[in-house]
Design a binder for this molecule. Structure first.
Ligand code: HAM
Length: 433
């Protein structure tokens, strides 16, 4: 029997038939993200992959699809219910409360990156283990910080050279706004209740706002005429949204208001947004986020507001590839040392070790039988230089170093070999920097 990866999961490999599954692409995205976070003064938090189930039920919300249908939940050996994290915000709030991070004003801007798990229907751009990069800002209620994180998200896409994205914006107001709106929405839908999809019939009682989120054609037709939540905002909520819109315009950030954007998680208040792209199959949302003013309090933490977003890293890499965005060229070792005989091998092992100790990426071909084959191997691993050492070289105490990019060849005495390689390596590094 050949073991196969479970449905909806994928491996990230050094080489893959599907470009977006190659590790160098992921490393590049991760490095751009880390630089961005440094620029915007966000600090990293790493939380565990699983948490107690009740954190997500309470945090993300029991009426969300994520909690009601998509959790990977299991009992541990002591019969406690645990769940693989479906997103990062709830875990971040848990650790913020547990570690009393509110006491330290310096650390209220956080970022995280890592795998998330949702038992989603499998299709392009939708996986059961996927990766998010997300940020959360805790303790600031002003619309200015909403604008800052939206700007940060757009700056990320700019740095990644992603084009043709659309920022979709909405406000779902505060609790009072939503209660008023829910009533109006239910009044509107009530006469058409029988035509709703099965899921939306259930949503009608528990969380009618979620009907706006439905992908079912029948629901979409009904809600296309529904009243707009923006007409139900309290004056505070309206001010927050108007101020945000004015600031985005001042910052020259283009957006489209969609009063039906409610997002699939239950913790939001006021600002919600998504970044959508034309590509990535049917799943066009590259990222999304919004404000949550009561989440920390609901999780028995301090009464502090928060705002954040997360992007789906698979979809971002897929979009970059589709749009032929820049990725750095994959480089191999700086030098491949090719010993031809056992004695040459002994000498080469020591030389390789010394180069590596000098932080020069060096590889040794321990299986070398034919020079031609070894040079082919050098090509395959993208080595930049090759050094062939046989008995003659050992006897003469000199060897040829081949630059595999310029095709230049140079004979070097053994006592100058290390200095020559080191100089060549550091010259190249300086040139690049
Ligand atoms: P979300 O919209 O559920 O928000 O997920 C954010 C992004 O994760 C989506 O826009 C999408 O790109 C990606 N994503 C979600 N599910 C999948 C999947 N099954 N396969 C591949 N990619 C997926 C959140 O998770 C919130 N925690 C965001 C947030 C942070 N709000 C405030 N702070």
């Amino acid at each position: 029997m050949q073991y196969q990866i479970p449905k909806g999961l994928f491996d990230i490999l050094p080489i893959s038939k599907e470009d977006w599954k190659t590790s160098d692409k992921w490393q590049y995205l991760e490095s751009v993200i880390r630089d961005l976070c440094k620029n915007y003064n966000y600090e990293e938090i790493r939380t565990p992959i699983f948490e107690k189930t009740e954190l997500f039920v309470r945090g993300v919300g029991s009426s969300s699809d994520i909690v009601s249908k998509e959790l990977y939940t299991f009992l541990d050996k002591a019969n406690r219910s645990m769940t693989l994290r479906p997103e990062g915000t709830a875990s971040l709030m848990r650790t913020f409360i547990e570690n009393n991070l509110s006491e330290n004003r310096k650390t209220s801007k956080f970022y995280y990156m890592g795998p998330m798990f949702r038992y989603d229907r499998q299709q392009l751009g939708r996986y059961r283990q996927f990766h998010q990069f997300g940020i959360e800002v805790i303790g600031q209620k002003s619309y200015e910080i909403d604008a800052e994180i939206i700007d940060m998200l757009l700056e990320l896409f700019k740095r990644l050279e992603i084009k043709n994205t659309k920022l979709v914006l909405n406000s779902i107001g505060d609790f009072e706004s939503r209660e008023n709106y829910k009533k109006a929405l239910k009044d509107f839908i009530h006469p058409k209740f029988d035509s709703l999809s099965q899921d939306s019939k259930l949503r009608f009682e528990h969380n009618p706002l979620r009907i706006l989120d439905s992908k079912e054609a029948i629901d979409q037709e009904i809600i296309s005429e529904a009243p707009s939540i923006l007409d139900f905002l309290t004056s505070d909520a309206r001010n927050h949204f108007e101020n945000l819109r004015n600031l985005l315009e001042k910052l020259n950030i283009k957006y489209e208001v969609n009063p039906r954007l409610v997002r699939g998680l239950d913790y939001y208040d006021d600002t919600v947004f998504e970044i959508i792209s034309e590509k990535v199959g049917a799943q066009n949302s590259l990222g999304g986020g919004g404000r949550y003013n009561s989440l920390l309090k609901n999780l028995n933490g301090p009464d502090l507001p928060g705002v954040g977003f997360a992007i789906g890293m698979e979809r971002v890499i897929q979009t970059m590839i589709a749009q032929q965005c820049y990725f750095p060229q994959k480089t191999g070792p700086f030098i491949l040392i090719i010993p031809i005989t056992q004695e040459a091998k002994n000498f080469s092992i020591v030389l390789t070790k010394e180069l590596r100790n000098h932080k020069i990426s060096a590889e040794i071909d321990l299986n070398s039988k034919k020079i031609q084959k070894s040079l082919q191997f050098a090509n395959e691993i993208n080595a930049q230089n090759a050094l062939i050492i046989g008995d003659d070289e050992l006897k003469m105490k000199k060897a040829q170093i081949k630059d595999l990019i310029t095709r230049e060849q140079k004979e070097i005495n053994f006592d100058e070999l290390k200095t020559f390689i080191k100089n060549k390596y550091y010259n190249l590094k300086n040139l690049k920097e």
